[in-house]
Design a protein around this ligand. Structure first.
Ligand code: ADP
Length: 177
Protein backbone atom coordinates (compact mmCIF):
# COMPACT_ATOMS: atom_id res chain seq x y z
CA UNK A 1 0.00 0.00 0.00
CA UNK A 2 1.07 3.53 -0.71
CA UNK A 3 4.07 2.56 -2.81
CA UNK A 4 2.80 3.44 -6.28
CA UNK A 5 4.35 6.32 -8.14
CA UNK A 6 2.37 9.13 -9.66
CA UNK A 7 3.04 12.53 -11.19
CA UNK A 8 1.04 15.39 -9.72
CA UNK A 9 1.29 18.10 -12.35
CA UNK A 10 0.48 21.61 -11.14
CA UNK A 11 -0.22 24.02 -13.98
CA UNK A 12 -1.27 27.65 -13.72
CA UNK A 13 -0.22 31.25 -14.09
CA UNK A 14 2.84 32.65 -12.36
CA UNK A 15 1.80 33.48 -8.81
CA UNK A 16 -1.23 31.19 -8.88
CA UNK A 17 0.23 29.12 -6.02
CA UNK A 18 1.92 26.10 -7.64
CA UNK A 19 5.14 26.26 -5.60
CA UNK A 20 3.32 27.04 -2.36
CA UNK A 21 0.94 24.11 -2.82
CA UNK A 22 3.67 21.67 -3.87
CA UNK A 23 5.76 22.48 -0.76
CA UNK A 24 2.79 22.08 1.58
CA UNK A 25 1.75 18.90 -0.23
CA UNK A 26 5.28 17.52 0.11
CA UNK A 27 5.10 17.98 3.88
CA UNK A 28 1.80 16.10 4.04
CA UNK A 29 3.01 13.31 1.77
CA UNK A 30 6.26 12.67 3.64
CA UNK A 31 4.47 10.75 6.37
CA UNK A 32 2.24 8.86 3.94
CA UNK A 33 4.49 7.84 1.06
CA UNK A 34 8.11 6.65 1.16
CA UNK A 35 9.30 8.63 -1.86
CA UNK A 36 8.41 12.19 -2.81
CA UNK A 37 10.24 14.52 -5.18
CA UNK A 38 9.54 18.10 -6.25
CA UNK A 39 10.36 19.31 -9.75
CA UNK A 40 9.97 23.07 -9.71
CA UNK A 41 9.93 24.81 -13.08
CA UNK A 42 11.99 27.77 -11.88
CA UNK A 43 14.75 25.49 -10.57
CA UNK A 44 14.62 23.13 -13.58
CA UNK A 45 15.17 26.09 -15.90
CA UNK A 46 18.50 26.69 -14.12
CA UNK A 47 19.84 23.20 -14.86
CA UNK A 48 17.96 20.52 -16.86
CA UNK A 49 16.47 23.02 -19.29
CA UNK A 50 19.00 25.84 -18.91
CA UNK A 51 19.26 27.88 -22.07
CA UNK A 52 15.70 27.33 -23.20
CA UNK A 53 13.62 30.46 -23.71
CA UNK A 54 9.93 31.24 -23.77
CA UNK A 55 8.89 30.66 -27.37
CA UNK A 56 6.21 28.01 -27.82
CA UNK A 57 8.86 25.62 -29.10
CA UNK A 58 11.14 26.15 -26.10
CA UNK A 59 8.28 26.03 -23.61
CA UNK A 60 7.17 22.71 -25.11
CA UNK A 61 10.73 21.37 -24.96
CA UNK A 62 10.95 22.47 -21.32
CA UNK A 63 7.79 20.53 -20.51
CA UNK A 64 8.86 17.50 -22.54
CA UNK A 65 12.12 17.25 -20.55
CA UNK A 66 10.38 17.71 -17.21
CA UNK A 67 7.90 15.07 -18.35
CA UNK A 68 10.73 12.68 -19.23
CA UNK A 69 12.27 12.91 -15.76
CA UNK A 70 8.83 12.70 -14.11
CA UNK A 71 8.18 9.50 -16.02
CA UNK A 72 11.42 7.88 -14.85
CA UNK A 73 10.70 8.79 -11.24
CA UNK A 74 7.03 7.84 -11.40
CA UNK A 75 7.71 4.36 -12.72
CA UNK A 76 10.18 3.91 -9.86
CA UNK A 77 7.49 4.49 -7.28
CA UNK A 78 8.02 8.17 -6.57
CA UNK A 79 5.28 10.72 -6.04
CA UNK A 80 6.52 13.54 -8.27
CA UNK A 81 5.22 17.05 -7.66
CA UNK A 82 5.76 19.18 -10.74
CA UNK A 83 5.13 22.89 -10.58
CA UNK A 84 5.46 24.50 -13.98
CA UNK A 85 3.29 27.08 -15.73
CA UNK A 86 3.01 24.65 -18.69
CA UNK A 87 0.70 26.93 -20.68
CA UNK A 88 -0.06 24.63 -23.62
CA UNK A 89 -2.77 22.00 -23.42
CA UNK A 90 -1.40 19.72 -26.13
CA UNK A 91 2.00 19.13 -24.54
CA UNK A 92 0.42 18.59 -21.11
CA UNK A 93 -1.76 15.92 -22.71
CA UNK A 94 1.24 14.36 -24.43
CA UNK A 95 3.12 14.08 -21.14
CA UNK A 96 0.03 12.74 -19.40
CA UNK A 97 -0.42 9.99 -22.03
CA UNK A 98 3.21 8.99 -21.73
CA UNK A 99 3.33 8.85 -17.94
CA UNK A 100 -0.10 7.31 -17.40
CA UNK A 101 -0.01 7.61 -13.62
CA UNK A 102 -0.65 11.31 -13.77
CA UNK A 103 -3.03 13.80 -12.27
CA UNK A 104 -3.40 17.28 -13.61
CA UNK A 105 -4.03 19.98 -11.03
CA UNK A 106 -5.23 23.33 -12.32
CA UNK A 107 -3.93 25.90 -9.85
CA UNK A 108 -6.32 28.65 -10.72
CA UNK A 109 -6.44 32.25 -9.60
CA UNK A 110 -7.59 35.10 -11.83
CA UNK A 111 -4.85 37.06 -13.56
CA UNK A 112 -5.61 40.22 -11.59
CA UNK A 113 -5.06 38.35 -8.31
CA UNK A 114 -1.79 36.82 -9.51
CA UNK A 115 -0.74 40.25 -10.64
CA UNK A 116 -1.66 41.80 -7.29
CA UNK A 117 0.38 39.13 -5.49
CA UNK A 118 3.29 39.63 -7.89
CA UNK A 119 5.37 37.23 -5.78
CA UNK A 120 8.50 37.61 -7.91
CA UNK A 121 7.91 41.12 -9.24
CA UNK A 122 7.62 39.71 -12.77
CA UNK A 123 4.17 41.10 -13.66
CA UNK A 124 5.43 44.61 -13.06
CA UNK A 125 8.33 43.94 -15.41
CA UNK A 126 6.03 42.34 -17.99
CA UNK A 127 3.66 45.33 -17.89
CA UNK A 128 6.52 47.78 -18.34
CA UNK A 129 7.86 45.75 -21.27
CA UNK A 130 11.09 44.83 -19.48
CA UNK A 131 10.13 41.14 -19.88
CA UNK A 132 8.56 39.88 -23.09
CA UNK A 133 6.39 36.79 -23.71
CA UNK A 134 5.11 36.66 -20.15
CA UNK A 135 2.29 34.17 -19.68
CA UNK A 136 -1.06 35.88 -19.13
CA UNK A 137 0.23 39.29 -20.29
CA UNK A 138 1.61 38.90 -23.79
CA UNK A 139 1.77 35.11 -24.05
CA UNK A 140 -1.05 32.56 -23.96
CA UNK A 141 -2.23 30.34 -21.15
CA UNK A 142 -4.53 27.49 -22.18
CA UNK A 143 -6.51 26.38 -19.11
CA UNK A 144 -6.94 22.62 -18.62
CA UNK A 145 -10.24 21.37 -20.00
CA UNK A 146 -10.61 18.40 -17.66
CA UNK A 147 -8.16 18.60 -14.76
CA UNK A 148 -8.44 15.92 -12.08
CA UNK A 149 -8.35 18.70 -9.47
CA UNK A 150 -8.90 22.44 -9.61
CA UNK A 151 -7.60 24.64 -6.78
CA UNK A 152 -9.11 28.12 -6.74
CA UNK A 153 -6.40 29.72 -4.66
CA UNK A 154 -8.22 33.06 -4.52
CA UNK A 155 -11.25 31.40 -2.91
CA UNK A 156 -9.89 28.53 -0.85
CA UNK A 157 -7.18 28.19 1.77
CA UNK A 158 -3.87 26.47 1.14
CA UNK A 159 -5.01 23.66 3.46
CA UNK A 160 -8.16 23.18 1.38
CA UNK A 161 -6.16 23.02 -1.85
CA UNK A 162 -3.73 20.48 -0.40
CA UNK A 163 -6.55 18.42 1.03
CA UNK A 164 -8.34 18.23 -2.35
CA UNK A 165 -5.21 16.81 -3.96
CA UNK A 166 -4.65 14.30 -1.14
CA UNK A 167 -8.26 13.18 -1.45
CA UNK A 168 -7.89 12.63 -5.19
CA UNK A 169 -4.63 10.69 -4.72
CA UNK A 170 -6.37 8.49 -2.15
CA UNK A 171 -9.45 7.97 -4.37
CA UNK A 172 -7.23 6.87 -7.23
CA UNK A 173 -5.34 4.46 -4.99
CA UNK A 174 -1.97 6.22 -4.87
CA UNK A 175 -2.24 6.78 -1.12
CA UNK A 176 -3.50 4.43 1.52
CA UNK A 177 -6.93 5.47 2.77
P1 ADP B 1 3.59 29.99 -8.50
O1 ADP B 1 4.50 28.88 -8.03
O2 ADP B 1 2.31 29.46 -9.10
O3 ADP B 1 4.26 31.00 -9.35
P2 ADP B 1 3.76 30.86 -5.76
O4 ADP B 1 3.41 29.62 -4.98
O5 ADP B 1 5.21 31.22 -5.89
O6 ADP B 1 3.08 30.76 -7.20
O7 ADP B 1 2.99 32.12 -5.15
C1 ADP B 1 1.63 32.08 -4.80
C2 ADP B 1 1.34 33.14 -3.75
O8 ADP B 1 -0.04 33.11 -3.43
C3 ADP B 1 2.10 32.93 -2.46
O9 ADP B 1 2.52 34.18 -1.97
C4 ADP B 1 1.03 32.32 -1.53
O10 ADP B 1 1.29 32.58 -0.18
C5 ADP B 1 -0.24 33.01 -2.01
N1 ADP B 1 -1.47 32.27 -1.75
C6 ADP B 1 -2.58 32.79 -1.20
N2 ADP B 1 -3.56 31.87 -1.07
C7 ADP B 1 -3.06 30.72 -1.55
C8 ADP B 1 -3.59 29.40 -1.68
N3 ADP B 1 -4.84 29.08 -1.30
N4 ADP B 1 -2.80 28.46 -2.23
C9 ADP B 1 -1.55 28.76 -2.63
N5 ADP B 1 -0.98 29.98 -2.53
C10 ADP B 1 -1.73 30.97 -1.99
Amino acid sequence: MGQRGVTVWLTGLSGAGKTTISKALEQELRSRHPKVEILDGDIIRENLTKGLGFSKQDRDENIRRIGFVSHLLTRNGVVVLVSAISPYQEIRQEVKQRIGDFIEVFVNAPLNICEERDVKGLYKKARSGEIKNFTGIDDPYEPPTSPEVECRTDLETLEESVSKILTKLTELGYLAA
